[in-house]
Design a protein around this ligand. Structure first.
Ligand code: OAD
Length: 247
């Protein structure tokens, strides 16, 4: 059923040298991670948008940390799926390649991807509110909630971007640069409704890149897609990858 689209996607990628994979929650759906807009939005009776915000954190850091602890616990046992593996493998294929993600789950890296541009930070990192130092924190469960900085003793926060916060500047700059000069943008599992997702697709298309969308549903950016692979990324990306081998 998807044969023509798979062949067309492989054809676009085969001759490309500069490729960007841009991913959202859907790339992790087949690993068992719920997508954002499918999640329901409440935790212990409070809106997730409130918990995952600076205001929510300063109002009740213990509650917000318990919320993140639950997410960390759920993610600790989760494994990357074939979509993550294909996207990681492409770093050996394309001379210039970047994975840009909105996800904080670390599954691209777990599949072996290097230099992943994490627009929304990572649930596996924390940042000190006192000295500003950021460090990896993979202990699950944490020995104390909220955790304290080993350097200065102040409280730390999850190094994720919260609602109402700016995206990390250097990561954004690197993502924009890669997207502006790519020849093919592969957009996987994002509804592309929030900034900068929508902007990325538009910029790439305006700069002449071909856009491949991998999503069971048409996203808000679907009209930019030169090829639309309508199905689960964990099934369709391996088909595209296998097709790349065929001359
Ligand atoms: P969404 O939950 O908005 O969208 C997930 C997309 O994945 C939808 O378009 C689904 O159709 C698609 N999808 C579901 N299963 C899939 C599968 N097996 N293969 C491929 N696609 C599949 O998640 P995002 O677009 O990532 O920001 O949301 C973007 C940002 O909005 C999030 O990072 C979050 C939220 O506000 C912050 O937390 C700052």
């Amino acid at each position: 059923m998807h044969e023509q689209e798979v062949a067309r996607a492989a054809e676009l990628l085969r001759s490309a040298e500069r490729v960007v994979a841009f991913t959202g929650a859907g790339v992790s759906a087949e690993s068992g991670v719920p997508t954002f807009r499918g999640a329901g939005g409440l935790w212990e009776g409070q809106a997730v948008e409130e918990l995952a915000s600076p205001r929510g954190f300063y109002a009740d850091p213990v509650k917000v940390w318990r919320f993140y602890e639950e997410r960390r616990r759920n993610l600790a046992g989760v494994r990357p799926n074939p979509a993550h593996h294909v996207l990681a493998g492409w770093q050996e294929r394309f001379p210039q390649y970047a994975v840009v993600t909105q996800n904080v789950d670390g599954l691209h890296q777990a599949a072996g991807a290097r230099g992943v541009l994490e627009l929304h930070g990572s649930i596996w990192r924390v940042r000190c509110l006192g000295c500003g130092r950021e460090r990896e924190e993979r202990t699950v469960p944490l020995s104390q909630v909220p955790p304290l900085c080993p350097e200065c003793g102040a409280m730390v926060r999850p190094a994720v971007v919260w609602f109402g916060e700016f995206l990390p500047e250097t990561v954004m700059a690197a993502a924009f640069a890669a997207i502006e000069r790519c020849q093919v943008l592969v957009v996987v599992g994002t509804s592309a409704v929030v900034y900068p997702a929508a902007g990325f697709v538009e910029i790439a298309a305006a700069a002449g890149a071909k856009v491949i969308e991998v999503n069971p549903e048409a996203s808000s950016m679907a009209h930019f897609a030169d090829v639309a692979l309508r199905g689960p990324a964990g099934q369709l990306l391996p088909l595209v990858d296998a097709r790349l081998e065929v001359a």
